[in-house]
Write a protein that binds this ligand. Structure first.
Ligand SMILES: C[S@@+](CC[C@H](N)C(=O)[O-])C[C@H]1O[C@@H](n2cnc3c(N)ncnc32)[C@H](O)[C@@H]1O
Length: 499
């Protein structure tokens, strides 16, 4: 099926659409609030829930059912929502099309996807359309994981490799950074430009370019922030262009990681969301170490999940709604290819790089947090700082630095009534924003975190804890030496700045 042409919208049309979105509150937080959902993606089952719940959500809900979920509508259904514009206007502008068999029904040509306070136009993510070579994907899990990791701040120069409809570049631009988004797909760049105009954003440029050949468009000085979500799905044959990796195994991802690393300015950070192969035998550190060798960058790997080759093949052959029946022959073919590649497992996650000024770069593997929320980019900076700290201080000195929890840490305790009275049965720490790590731990760890006041060192606290519990100081210290690195990595404690 041929892709719809990208609409050419005059400035007054763009401003009428902006007014419409503002009037209906057609923004992400409002749609989530009226549907009672925490998040949604168009091709997963959460979308069905959202679609159903939007039925009672007034004109904003009616517009979303048509322009977000692609439901067919009659004039009566959305005329009120879009007035004073008319359905005929929208058909003329290429935002709606009439049903081919001439019924009095219309459907959206593109989706209007609310992302934060932006409304972005993408291709309709209906599975039958996705095989178009120039299909531009809407928001998926990867983009959602990365959206809060984009850096902010005046003066930040950002590069979005494979920008698609421009989501990450536009979010960065909205957060005061300027930048460049590149994509090999001309149609993606046309949509990204339209999205910039629609949202009144002018501090970002988009260019049609191959991310592996950027000299003509990229700033030779490099970038402070780079992100990429290259096509990363590993499969034996050519697949969906925007989604499936080209070349053998994960070599396209490795190349994207290297491009990102090379184009970073000193101190700059890159995030590449992707799949990588965990080789049979499991030595992922040396494999990823080879990828980043010679880049001069520290590497932090945040692994979201690992899947067996069979699970991975099934997941991608089934599709996001898990409704497509898996052809056993096709599944076998994928497994044979994975076997030939020496795949032990597939990992999904973010490979984060930071160009360092001097010294030996490190590589650190960590689990990704449970969720990634607002301000995660600040936490990523902290996480790099934590690994810096751990890699430059001998293990035995870790208790000599005062620590302090960040203000957005919560410690939850579940009490249970026993013969000895109420005691803490379960204790959990978690961050309420950013990299939202969560950890169930011994109640004593919760007590230790609470005692960290940025003044007393853990060594001093160990003496107090030992006295209180009648334990040996050495044992308490040994225990703390085991937990402090993890608490620093998870961001539950930070090294206190006593300057
Ligand atoms: C998985 S999509 C990510 C899109 C976008 N970053 C997002 O998060 O919505 C990958 C994008 O990379 C683009 N792409 C693929 N190969 C490329 C290349 N060699 N150079 C530049 N872009 C490329 C595709 O056209 C597609 O838009």
């Amino acid at each position: 099926m041929a892709s719809h042409p990208v609409p050419q919208l005059a400035p007054e049309v763009l401003s009428s659409l902006r007014e419409l979105f503002a009037r209906l509150d057609y923004y992400e937080s409002h749609l989530l609030q009226v549907t009672g959902l925490e998040s949604f993606f168009l091709v997963t089952r959460s979308a069905e829930q959202m679609f159903a719940r939007l039925a009672g959500a007034g004109p904003c809900g009616s517009l979303a059912r048509v322009m977000l979920f692609g439901s067919r509508a009659t004039e009566a259904e959305i005329a009120e929502a879009i007035a004073p514009m008319t359905m005929n206007d929208w058909v003329r502008w290429g935002l709606l099309e009439r049903h081919p068999d001439g019924k009095d029904e219309l459907r959206a040509t593109l989706v209007f996807y609310p992302v934060g306070d932006l409304v972005l136009l993408f291709d309709r993510p209906h599975l039958e359309d996705q095989t178009d070579v120039d299909h531009v994907m809407s928001l998926g899990g990867g983009t959602s994981s990365m959206r809060f990791l984009v850096p902010r701040g005046e003066g930040t120069r950002a590069l979005d490799l494979g920008t698609g409809g421009g989501t990450l570049a536009l979010l960065t631009a909205r957060a005061n950074a300027s930048g460049l988004g590149v994509d090999i797909n001309e149609r993606a760049i046309a949509l990204a430009n339209l999205n910039a105009a629609l949202n009144g954003i002018d501090n970002v440029t988009f260019a049609v370019a191959d991310m592996f050949d950027l000299d003509a468009v990229a700033d030779p000085e490099g970038y402070d922030a780079i992100y990429a979500q290259p096509p990363f799905v590993i499969r034996p044959d050519a697949g969906i262009v925007y989604r499936d990796a080209v070349g053998r195994g994960d070599e396209m991802v490795a190349a994207a990681v290297r491009v990102a690393g090379k184009r970073l300015r000193q101190g700059g950070m890159a995030v590449v969301f992707c799949n990588w192969i965990v080789p049979r035998g499991g030595d992922v550190a040396s494999r990823l170490g080879d990828w980043v060798e010679g880049l001069g960058c520290d590497t932090l790997v945040l692994e979201v999940k690992e899947e067996s080759p069979s699970e991975y093949a099934t997941r991608w052959l089934q599709g996001p709604t898990k409704r497509t029946a898996v052809d056993p022959e096709e599944h076998e073919k994928w497994l044979a290819y994975f076997d030939e590649l020496g795949v032990g497992a597939f990992a999904t996650g973010a490979i984060c790089l930071r160009r360092r000024a001097e010294g030996r770069p490190w590589l650190h593997l960590s689990e990704a947090p449970e969720r990634i929320g607002v301000d995660a980019s600040d936490d990523l900076v902290q996480l790099f700082a934590a690994v810096d700290f751990l890699s430059t201080h001998p293990h035995e000195t870790l208790l000599d630095h005062a620590l302090v929890p960040p203000p957005f840490l919560r410690i939850r305790q579940e009490l249970e009534r026993t013969d000895a009275g109420w005691t803490v049965a379960e204790s959990t720490s978690g961050l309420t924003r950013g990299l939202m790590f969560e950890l169930n731990h011994d109640p004593a760890v919760g007590d230790f975190i609470q005692a960290c006041d940025g003044e007393a060192t853990p060594a001093e606290l160990a003496t107090r804890i030992a006295e209180r519990h009648g334990e040996s100081v050495e044992r308490v210290k040994e225990h703390l030496l085991g937990v402090v690195p993890m608490l620093l990595i998870y961001g539950f404690l930070r090294v206190a700045d006593r300057g």
